[in-house]
Design a protein around this ligand. Sequence first.
Ligand code: NAP
Length: 542
Amino acid sequence: MPDVASGSTFLRGLPAGSLGCMTRPAPEVYDRLRALVAIPEFRADPSSRESAVLNEVFTGEPLAEIPVGTAADVETAVERARAAQVAWAERSAKDRAAVLSRFATQVMRGREELMDIVQAETGKNRASAQEEVLDCLITGRHYAGTAPGLLAPKRVQGMLPGLTKAVVRRHPKGVVGVIAPWNYPLNLAATDALAALAAGNAVVIKPASITPFCALAAAEMLYRAGLPRDLFQVVPGPGGAVGGAIVDNVDYLMFTGSTETGRTLGRRCGERLIGFSAELGGKNAMIVTDGADLDEVAEVATRAFFSNSGQLCISMERVYVEKSVASQLIETLTARIGAMSLGPSYDFDAEMGSLISQDQLDTVTAHVDDAVAKGARVLAGGRPRPDLGPLFYEPTLLADVPEDATCFGEETFGPVVSIYPVDSVDEAVEKANDTEYGLNSSVFAGSDAEGEAIAARLRTGTVNVGEGYVAGWGSIAGPMGGMGASGVGRRHGEEGLLKYTEAQTVATQRVMHFGGPSFLSRDRWQSVLAPATDAMRFLPGR
Ligand code: NAP
């Protein structure tokens, strides 16, 4: 592919003009978006309702107009959801799971259109959009298969073996609120909701203000899969008004977004004494030991660092490499990153797309400029690329980043990675753990056993050995989430479903009550009870 990057010596921009309509969404996408934003629940008073025009990210040209919701819309949505949830909870778990299966089928069939919508509203490359679609698919399939078993009543050991029968039942919370971010607007709108719905809840969701269309598209697919409309309602609108009303009205909150907002919402949920789960920011580290296959590291790195242009909570922003192989890795990485294709494309040609907003471009530019001003060296990238689109920035690798640079410890949430040579694995582990965050990490070592031993020493909710993030995220049967300032609670796996339930232990006492049989006097019963109590220390632990 020819190098059209104006002034760039190494980064390949996609060839202008050669992609035809692939640089823009297909014309049908605009019609689809117009249909999606006709939210029936919003029809009551269209004349007085505010609306916002959102732009297609690659070009900055208008994409569609979206009605803006209010706190009153949330209250109405929650009321309707609450009424519908009763009948939904009475349906069998298998019946509810069947809706998730059909949703997965809908997603499979509609994947091209979904990827178009994801790309149009985020500006990410198609491979990153495909990850969102795949995540919806595997989560739908996973909980369709596992939810009935996880929700079935479970017999546990009773107080007195044989005399006390104890069963744990799972009841839905009621109405679950989902507040979603803009970076993965399709899967982070749909997948947490799928688990909540499978558990018998209704869901009211507030997508990020700049990415409402994916949540609306997911809703349509759920309705087509047979979900009654009131059980999954999307209320687009601002965080303060709509997000605040969600927190004030629902029975459980699932939040994905920044640590700062997570802290605020956690306090509000605490005041209301409702359950709260939060997936927040990260400053994820990759460790590379001297035995690692450096070509493999460089290949994985383009995804581990730059998927969705680095606007991925679990992407890597720090690399700690043993000194003996540092210069070789730096050379390999620099060459690989320099050969990445960057550009607007609605097909799989571009390895990296655009940033999503001017705010993101400003933050990324500021972090790189600040680091360079304080002595960092740019090994690859390091510049905005207005020649490719208004919000493009090059995939960037920095070295010699000093401790007082902003991007040394703060999350950039963009395509900026810093590499630090270290004397030993111990130093790498210590530095990787030296952060308030604890979301994800990655290890490349000489063997799986060495990588897994290092993983055990890292304080992050997921660790990917021989990978960047896909293996940990996609192993959906296991919990996923953050330690420290990266989150509270987990999504995926058993915990990701059961958190949307209230556990209830039903204990049935049979044959004899704790007060003793009626034919024994109280004194007599005590004389029986004393040795029995003493004997309890011989019972096996339970
Ligand atoms: P954000 O500003 O916290 O926004 C996230 C969501 O919260 C948006 O829908 C936003 O609405 C809403 N919101 C903002 N203020 C609110 C308030 N006071 N009350 C209720 N809702 C409010 O985060 P972001 O900038 O969109 O997302 C980037 C951050 O999310 C990064 O730090 C990233 O690491 C993190 N993230 C974490 C994960 C994970 O799984 N751990 C996944 C993705 C992203 P508006 O859009 O209207 O502001």
